[in-house]
Design a protein. Sequence first.
Length: 113
Amino acid sequence: MHRRNRSWPESLKREIVAAKLEPGASVAAVARHYEVNANQVFAWRRRFGAAGLDIMTPTLVPVVLTGEVPSLAPPITPDDRIEIELTGGYRLCVGGDASAATLRRVLGVLERR
């Protein structure tokens, strides 16, 4: 059987490279989708790269904070409660007035049992 070399249009090559640059895309999956050899995708990626494509490049933008940032959660009161079930049959009820350090200490002791 004679193997023939295909001639791919440059626009299609760029489209394939752009598809590979999508978040989560793999060379193998893109190659299968476009029915090309994965090595060819690697070669086109080296040739065109992200700079040779007409796609938006993420950039950092300056941020200016003014005033206080509002809290998204309502304030915790001493009457608020959370129940934590741990392995080993332990159940821990924590009030809103418990400090993080105290809770860490208690959980550390229970983990070692």
